[in-house]
Design a binder for this molecule. Structure first.
Ligand code: 5AD
Length: 354
């Protein structure tokens, strides 16, 4: 099997590969493409989890609306600005504001916060606010937001419907259909999937990866599914795909998916995610950075809110002070022969000759 111009059946074959030596070859091939195309820079994006309110009922997520035991918070603009200034002080080029789908964050309020960040700092601004109406997305872009993240989670329509019930009073939205809207508005567009969601087949995951290429995504986020006990997919015996077809929610499978993603989307910004570091804290972020990833998103959410953003349990680094995490990360990047990226870290585009 070759590593260039991977066809759909080859992506599938790599996902099914069991020979450890062959899997390591795949990871090394992706690392080589990463080094050649995006270089040694690891872009650092300061993550600010600005609200844990959510109106959606995603069957895997600890912040889903029916999770009554979650104490909810929403950061003020001043708190967000303080976190953004901290990102600047660490030399990060981007802040990512993420929240549940929270209509308590109004179009105008967030637009105002974006304008303040853009006026008072040199940061690029990424948003991850769920499936908001186009008018909101347009206003935020107008206010200066640069990028938007919306994972489609799976391209298997049946599985998608099963894990994303439509709450009463909310329109059913197809996340894949939102991505071209974001593109049209002028955002850099990010998406991605969870790996090992109960019911996810290897064949559907291969199609997800092929879809990343078809969508020409600028950013692709992928992490293992982590069962949250207070969700429908978290407890008991969740409905899994047939034996041999279910995608494992392992670090190893995640690394192979990251590698295949780098091979099919060589120019994309690909994070080594917190979820990956959570399932294998010893190998941490380094394992993803060795298999094709070129981005890390250090958490800058104030300590008093951090534990409340419980998408899944036992998140890696949950108690780390940003300064401590930052210094440790720089040392780890250095040990890997990598360096923190300078500037905003936009998606690069190779020239036609490249
Ligand atoms: N395990 C792993 N990832 C999760 N996400 C949400 N819940 C979980 C979970 N239980 C991911 C989704 C979402 C992103 C913000 O977090 O992919 O898009």
């Amino acid at each position: 099997m070759s590593f260039t111009n991977l066809q759909d059946h080859e992506i599938l074959a790599w996902l099914r590969e069991e020979d450890g030596a062959r899997v390591r070859e795949l990871w090394q091939a992706a690392d080589a493409v990463r080094a050649e195309v995006v270089g040694p820079q690891v872009h650092l994006r300061g993550l600010i989890e600005i609200s844990n309110y959510c109106c959606r009922e995603c069957a895997y997520c600890g912040l889903r609306a029916p999770a009554r035991d979650v104490a909810r918070y929403r950061m003020t603009a001043d708190e967000i600005l303080a976190a953004a200034r901290q990102a600047v002080s660490f030399g990060y080029g981007t802040v990512v504001m993420q929240a549940g789908e929270d209509y308590g964050i109004t179009r105008e309020a967030l637009a105002g916060t974006i304008r303040r960040i853009k006026a008072e700092t040199p940061l690029a601004v990424t948003l991850s606010m769920g499936e908001r109406p186009e008018e909101d997305l347009a206003a935020w872009r107008e206010a200066g937001a640069d990028r938007y993240l919306l994972r489609f989670e799976t391209s298997d329509a049946e599985l998608y419907r099963r894990i994303h019930p439509t709450p009463p009073g909310r329109a059913h939205r197809d996340r894949i259909a939102v991505l071209p809207v974001l593109r049209k508005l002028g955002y850099e567009v990010g998406s991605g999937v969870m790996i090992g969601t109960p019911g996810q087949t290897v064949a559907s995951l291969a199609r997800d990866i092929a879809l990343f290429r078809a969508l020409d995504l600028d950013m692709i986020g992928e992490g293992p599914f982590i069962a949250h006990p207070d969700t429908p997919l978290g407890g008991g015996a969740p409905r899994t795909a047939p034996e041999g077809e279910q995608v494992p929610d392992s670090a190893r499978m995640t690394c192979s998916v990251l590698a295949l993603t780098r091979l099919v989307c060589p120019e994309a910004n690909i994070p080594s995610t917190t979820a990956l570091a959570t399932v294998d804290p010893i190998a941490g972020h380094e394992q993803g950075l060795r298999c094709g990833a070129n981005v890390v998103m250090p958490n800058l959410t104030p300590g008093r809110y951090r534990a409340l953003y419980s998408i899944y349990p036992d998140k890696e680094g949950i108690h780390d002070d940003p300064q401590v995490f930052h210094e440790r990360l720089l040392a780890r990047l250095h040990a890997l022969g990598r360096e923190p990226g300078a500037g905003p870290g936009n998606r690069i585009r190779r020239t036609a000759a490249g």
